[in-house]
Design a binder for this molecule. Structure first.
Ligand SMILES: [Zn+2]
Length: 270
């Protein structure tokens, strides 16, 4: 599943092809994505010029003088650039045909992704209640500590809750909790400010490392320039059940928390 680092990698991959380009034509081949693609996407964005390409949580935002296209990659989506007229396969659901002769193409075999037009992404119902960006200025250990007081939910589900902080997917939550030495079962309200400060630091660190590495490719992600990114080799606990802990050599454990596989060291994480 594309996580925040892959979305950021995609943003960086497509940005140079889009900024300053006119959207000549939008071709929707399949409207049945996670939410039906509405006609306003084509109506509002055709003939607009792309000013910037940004990201909020896992939404790619193609911004113009008349609002933004909001693209979510869902479980299996990817965006990439092809030459105009390149035949589309059955899983390639929409194109933004650009003045340059290039086309931004969206592929999504499982169709859990989405495409919306919005005048103001920050006010869109899918975005407005989201927590801060983990790599932004309003995310900190103090923020996590404040939000967690009185919360009995386990720390792993707490940091994976997009209303608390966006973009901490299952892999990154396991990795960050290992690096912070925090047991994933621990109640969020029972983690000290000092430990939250370390946790916020390592969350930023694991996400930044993944972005730097071009994102993970546990599934079928390709960057906007067609380059696959790799991050698995740098993982400390995720997917390493029964393998020796990199700190203490005891076997890594796996449990299911909130229906997600959770990897941790019983010895190093308290
Ligand atoms: Zn250990």
């Amino acid at each position: 599943m594309p996580e925040l680092p892959e979305v950021e990698t995609s943003r960086r991959g497509i940005e140079p092809y889009l900024v300053g380009e006119r959207i000549r034509k939008i071709i929707i081949r399949e409207k049945r994505l996670r939410w039906p693609v509405r006609a306003d996407v084509v109506k509002q964005l055709t003939d607009q010029t792309v000013t910037t390409v940004s990201r909020r949580a896992k939404y790619l935002l193609i911004n113009t003088g008349n609002g933004s296209a909001m693209i979510h990659l869902g479980m299996s989506g990817s965006v990439f650039i092809v030459d105009r007229g390149t035949p589309a396969s059955v899983h390639e659901h929409f194109d933004f045909d650009l003045g340059s002769g290039k086309t931004l193409r969206y592929r999504d075999p499982r169709r859990f992704g989405s495409l919306h037009w919005t005048r103001d992404p920050a006010k869109h119902k899918l975005i407005r209640s989201l927590g801060p960006e983990p790599l932004g200025d309003s995310f900190s250990g103090d923020y996590l500590w404040q939000r967690s007081r009185g919360r009995r939910v386990n720390i792993k589900q707490f940091i994976m809750n997009a209303n608390i902080v966006v973009g901490v997917g299952n892999i990154y939550a396991s990795e960050a909790l290992f690096l912070a030495g925090i047991n994933p079962h621990r109640a969020a309200g029972r983690v000290s400010l000092q430990r939250y400060e370390l946790l916020a630091d390592v969350i930023r660190q694991v996400l930044q490392q993944a972005i730097d590495a071009g994102g993970t490719t546990l599934r079928d992600f390709y960057g906007g320039d067609g380059e696959a990114g790799y991050f698995q080799q740098a993982l400390s606990v995720y997917g390493r059940d029964d393998e020796p802990c990199k700190q203490c050599k005891r076997p890594i454990s796996v449990v299911v928390l909130g229906q997600r596989s959770t990897f941790y060291c019983k010895n190093c994480q308290r």
